[in-house]
Design a protein around this ligand. Structure first.
Ligand SMILES: [Zn+2]
Length: 320
């Protein structure tokens, strides 16, 4: 015999369960109507090829790193689940529709790449950022309003989701901003928050030419390093250094060279310059790749100088 308290408990549980299914069904219906509105004549799924395969892999990698469940079933917990990504032909955009639905067009993938195929690590990061942005819209249930403040939330979410991956962080965000910038207001706010007081300053180009154009490191002795040498590689490394400074881990003992065993992200080079720390999701964050070129020495020296300077300054500050 159930006590009245238990009866009420079971009843509440049953109501909650029915409610969550009713809510899930209404989210699903809403998503279906948005998709129907956007594609009144339906759409054509893109074939699995060299362009789409990496995008599916990137999405799965991102879901896995963030503990997002991928399912074909009705989604009852939109904060933790998604449907498999859908890639279609003849669509130059990426959109989230709620209830776990994300659609990306092959034309848009090419727009992000600025070419017809994936060729380098930064291509992968750029697309990963876009998936993260759309995924955030769904996880936060933005399906009714993809504009205004929600865009800033999605951009911040993209940064957070990617930070769970060893190549993710400020650097990959800056690379994406550098490539494709149609949200200068949101990007500017985020980049402002990346400026780690007194150490790094990052600016976002001009209105007509928005890009992560100047990234400086100010050392304690007044030396000013221009970290952005105009290449995506330098923008990435500068951003990653800024990230490690923001996390308080840009210290000499944390800098390491490891074997490049990342198969999903094709960094050119057999070694990676990383910052290792147990507070990081993967135990390390990538600063750049090393490929045996003359540039490698410069990269190592730069990272070491900044780390030593950072250590000196934080020790000084702590002893005050
Ligand atoms: Zn958006």
């Amino acid at each position: 015999m159930l006590t009245p308290v238990r009866k009420i408990f079971i009843l509440t549980l049953a109501i909650a369960l029915v409610n969550s299914f009713a809510c899930a069904a209404s989210l699903e219906n809403h998503a279906a109507s948005l998709i129907k509105y956007r594609f009144p004549h339906g759409y054509e799924i893109a074939p699995l090829d060299d362009l789409t395969q990496p995008v599916y892999s990137l999405a799965n990698r991102l879901y896995q790193a963030n503990g997002i469940l991928v399912t074909d079933a009705l989604i009852t917990d939109y904060k933790k689940s998604t449907h498999p990504l859908v890639i279609i032909n003849d669509f130059n955009n990426a959109m989230a529709f709620g209830a776990g639905h994300i659609i990306i067009g092959t034309d848009y993938i090419k727009t992000l790449l600025g070419k017809n195929k994936f060729t380098n690590a930064f291509d992968y990061m750029t697309v990963e950022g876009t998936i993260s942005h759309e995924l955030t819209h769904n996880l936060k249930n933005h399906a009714n309003n993809m504009y205004g403040e929600n865009e800033l939330v999605a951009e911040r979410g993209a940064l957070e989701l990617m930070a769970k991956l060893p190549e993710g962080g400020y650097g990959s965000y800056l690379v994406r901003v550098h490539r494709r910038l149609n949200r200068p207001a949101e990007n500017n706010k985020i980049i402002k928050s990346m400026n780690t007081k007194g150490f790094i300053s990052i600016s976002l180009g001009t209105k007509t030419q928005p890009a992560a154009d100047t990234i400086y490191y100010y050392s304690a002795d007044g030396t000013k390093y221009n970290l952005n040498r105009g290449t995506e590689e330098s923008i990435y490394m500068a951003g990653q250094i800024a990230d490690c400074i923001a996390r308080g881990i840009m210290l000499p003992e944390n800098i390491a060279v490891i074997k490049n065993e990342l198969t999903e992200i094709p960094f050119a080079g057999d070694k990676l310059l990383v910052v290792k720390h147990n507070s990081l999701p993967n135990g390390y964050i990538i600063l750049t790749s090393l490929n045996g070129s003359a540039n490698d020495k410069e990269k190592l020296t730069l990272a070491a100088n900044i780390a030593r300077d950072y250590e000196k300054r934080t020790t000084l500050k702590n002893n005050k």
